[in-house]
Design a protein around this ligand. Structure first.
Ligand code: SAH
Length: 367
């Protein structure tokens, strides 16, 4: 692995990632292999190795002749992610990885292992253009969109590490993927949809994950939410609301000035209607800003009776932030208000906080 300091010497050539096997659907993989002058079935063999066996070392692909391995890896398997460092906490069950992309851009992913599941939080963009003032990624601005393969490879890196028993708790599998790392997934729509398809397509065409185990989180890009509802994907949609009133939300999630609360929630209910999936409403509790019980009541007015779940996130303060997490009393009062109104609510755990790997703390692009 390179030293982090090495990055200083990289002339950042910002650009699209080279084409990779994981950018391609199963049919496109066949076509690409044929284009290389090889029989189409080689694509299936390679997919079985890459996705089925999680084997990224062509020298172990005994069912594929060596010259074929060389041609395919030369043309379709460029190394997209280079590990810069990994940092763990929670006794090794939370692991943050910092990746350098081909053009020097940095992104992060976080693997969180629980007794019954393993969740990987991945990035869809290097940086983010949404500019939410409480989020570390938002402060650095957008560098670029990730390609489908750059997104999928973050999941595969976690899946390989778990499969090989490199994560505390013994060998395991990734059960959940959340697009809650760096970036606004719906602002990189087609690459994200491609990645979701790769994750949920049955093995060996894809990773064979359950769609409901995949969560796409958005600030509320209404036209894209509507488009997502029509994809027939049944992934979980999370909406970062953070305030029930436009006045406050305009400042916390600036894109609210374009699509206000009523339109965002309208699109959320449409998503629930069309997919039958419960929508998750994300709400970071910020002391003295959005944590009043009257706002909990206002939130309940907006969501009660809908197919919804409210996920409260204690704010993870970012460097230089004037804001901090709500007091435990205010958090409890907020939860109690929602519960009294019959709104399903949970408070998210704060895994990864001490490695700057918790929600809103991913900011590799700042160096
Ligand atoms: N752009 C997408 C996904 C990335 S962030 C979105 O906004 O939904 C994933 C979640 O973490 C979002 O709900 C985001 O608002 C929240 N978040 C960002 N910064 C945070 C912070 N400092 N503390 C707690 N949650 C934060």
């Amino acid at each position: 692995m390179p030293e982090p300091g090495e990055l200083v010497f990289d002339a950042p050539r910002r650009g699209k990632a080279p084409r990779h096997l994981m950018d391609l659907s199963a049919a496109e993989r066949k076509a690409a292999v044929v284009e290389l002058g090889l029989p189409a079935f080689r694509a299936d063999q390679v997919s079985r190795q890459w996705l089925g066996r999680l084997s990224d070392d062509p020298s172990t692909w005994t069912d594929v002749p060596e010259p074929v391995r060389d041609v395919i890896s030369g043309a379709l398997l460029p190394q997209l992610l280079t590990g810069v460092r990994t940092i763990d906490c929670d006794n090794g069950t939370t692991v943050k990885s910092v990746w350098r992309l081909h053009d020097g851009a940095l992104v992060e992913s976080v693997l969180m292992r629980y007794p019954d599941r393993a969740t990987i939080c991945i990035s869809s963009q290097a940086g983010c253009g949404m500019n939410c003032p409480f989020c570390a990624t938002g402060q650095a601005g957008l560098t670029r969109n990730l390609s489908t393969a750059e997104i999928v490879e973050q999941v595969l890196a976690g899946a390989r590490a778990l499969d090989r028993g490199e994560v505390a708790g013994g060998p395991g599998r990734v059960s959940n993927v959340v697009f809650m790392g760096m970036g606004e997934p719906l602002a990189n729509y087609s690459a994200v949809i491609g990645a979701v398809r790769r994750l949920i397509s049955p093995a060996p065409d894809g990773l064979g994950m359950s769609a409901r185990g995949v969560t796409v989180s958005t600030v509320g890009l209404v036209p894209r939410m509507q488009q997502l509802a029509g994809e027939g994907l049944a992934v979980t949609l999370a909406v970062s609301l953070h305030a029930p009133d436009d006045n406050l939300r305009d400042t916390l999630v600036p894109v609210n000035t374009r699509w206000p609360v009523s339109e965002v929630l309208g699109a959320a209910w449409e998503y629930a209607d069309r997919t039958g999936r419960r929508v998750s409403i994300e709400y970071a509790l910020i002391k003295g800003i959005n944590d009043q019980t009257w706002r909990a009541d206002l939130l309940a007015d907006l969501v009660e009776g809908q197919l919804v779940h409210v996920n409260l996130i204690p704010l993870n303060p970012t460097p230089g932030s004037i804001w901090t997490a709500s007091t435990i009393q205010d958090e409890r009062a907020f939860v109690a208000t929602l519960k009294r109104r019959g709104v399903p609510v949970t408070v998210r755990d704060t895994r990864g906080r001490d490695i700057d790997g918790a929600c809103g703390q991913l900011a590799a692009a700042q160096g």
